[in-house]
Design a protein around this ligand. Structure first.
Ligand code: WQD
Length: 341
């Protein structure tokens, strides 16, 4: 049980982080956001306040600054932590491995030192389906599978982070829960909060919505020669609000053992080409696209077996891929009309 309702949300101005902050506030928690906005925008704070009708506690800073991180724990009675802060683009991590290892792992280790010093044992960790590795790809991935060999430095940072947490939990009262995301997409149903990539989007749906809005000339589909029905990569696209709600469930999840792990997906695979066609059908907007070379780091197919989270966390996806597409498109139009960037 969490004694204090003050929850540190690292990376809380990011895509999944900001949607989780909204869900926490709705349930009476007090999120404490720490974010250096290196891959997000502080303008998201205003959007969170607009939706929740409440002020946000926000510290702008880098988790690699351990003294800054300690000062947040000294100022607040932190009952638990949801750790989102990390770089997360598969393709970018292949190009800039040190950038990823430095940011994602130094931040985690500083956080763990603070959790030990301030005796905070509840940690929900933002992990990823990429830890299953290439060898497990193509079948519904379940948590009992051994982790594999990730196909990108991004995936390795999540793989290494899980191992660090397992080792520390085996020797301390820390009780981490790993949430392995598949592909979060969409936006808040209000249309007032969503993904806000800085520069050209790495992820496919924001690239599609920006193409539909005329910001991008055309979408390049990376690879049409994968071993999938239409040759384009298959992913498990899950609405970001469903992902956010699972984080709140995980906060109050008590379990045997020293750590626990859950997949967050829908259990259904959708190809890139199918996603484009679903977007066109749902919005009536046509998307210019061309096929280009494969993107380093991608694998053919990744989709989840989500039975464990349904059974143990009593959590289920409530939104469809069409809901996510329409919510993402609504947000894209809202942010352009309101010049949010
Ligand atoms: C999806 C597919 C691309 C852009 C994401 C997150 C990662 C993790 C898993 C949380 C791939 C193709 C993309 C474009 C394209 N989530 N694509 N043209 O790589 O599966 O990873 O989900 O931890 O953090 O980044 O998502 O949206 O980048 O790519 O064809 O312009 O779309 O090749 O096949 P990915 P993505």
């Amino acid at each position: 049980m969490i004694e204090s309702k003050e929850i540190l949300v690292t990376g809380g101005t990011g895509f999944i982080g900001s949607h989780t902050v909204v869900e926490l506030m709705e349930l009476g928690y007090t999120p404490i956001i720490l974010d250096n906005c290196s891959n997000s925008s502080a303008s998201i704070i205003k959007q969170i306040q607009l939706i929740s009708g409440k002020e946000c506690i926000f510290y702008r800073g880098d988790m690699r600054d351990r003294e800054l991180l300690r000062s947040v724990f000294e100022k607040h009675d932190i009952g638990g932590v949801i750790h989102f802060a990390a770089f997360k683009a598969v393709g970018e991590s292949v190009e800039k491995p040190l950038h990823y290892y430095d940011n994602n792992l130094v931040s985690l280790i500083n956080l763990l030192c603070c959790l030990e010093e301030f005796k905070v044992n509840k940690l929900v960790f933002s992990s990823s389906c990429t830890v299953y590795g290439v060898e497990n790809a193509r079948e519904p991935l379940n948590e009992t599978m051994p982790v594999g060999k990730p196909n990108s430095p991004y995936g390795w940072t999540k793989w290494i982070a899980e191992q660090i947490l397992i080792d520390i939990a085996s020797k301390t009262p820390l009780r981490p829960i790993f949430l392995r995301y598949f592909n979060p997409i969409g936006a808040h149903a209000s249309g007032k909060l969503g993904e806000l990539p800085l520069g050209p989007p790495n992820n496919v749906l924001p690239y599609i919505t920006q193409t539909a809005a005329g910001i991008r000339k055309e979408l390049t589909i990376f690879g049409k020669d994968y071993d999938t029905p239409d040759g384009t990569c298959v992913r498990d696209y899950i609405h970001v609000t469903d992902v956010a709600k699972a984080h709140v469930k995980a906060l109050s999840h008590e379990f045997e053992g020293t750590s626990d792990v859950f997949n967050l997906g829908t259990g259904k695979g959708t190809s890139v080409l199918e996603l484009v066609q679903l977007f066109e059908k749902a919005t009536g907007k046509s998307i210019n696209y061309q096929f280009g070379p494969r993107r380093p780091g991608d694998v053919d197919a990744l989709f989840a077996d989500v039975s464990k989270a349904k059974k143990i966390l009593n959590w289920n996806t409530e939104r469809t891929i069409e809901d996510a597409i329409l919510d993402a498109w609504k947000w894209e139009q809202y942010r352009l009309e309101n010049e949010i960037s």
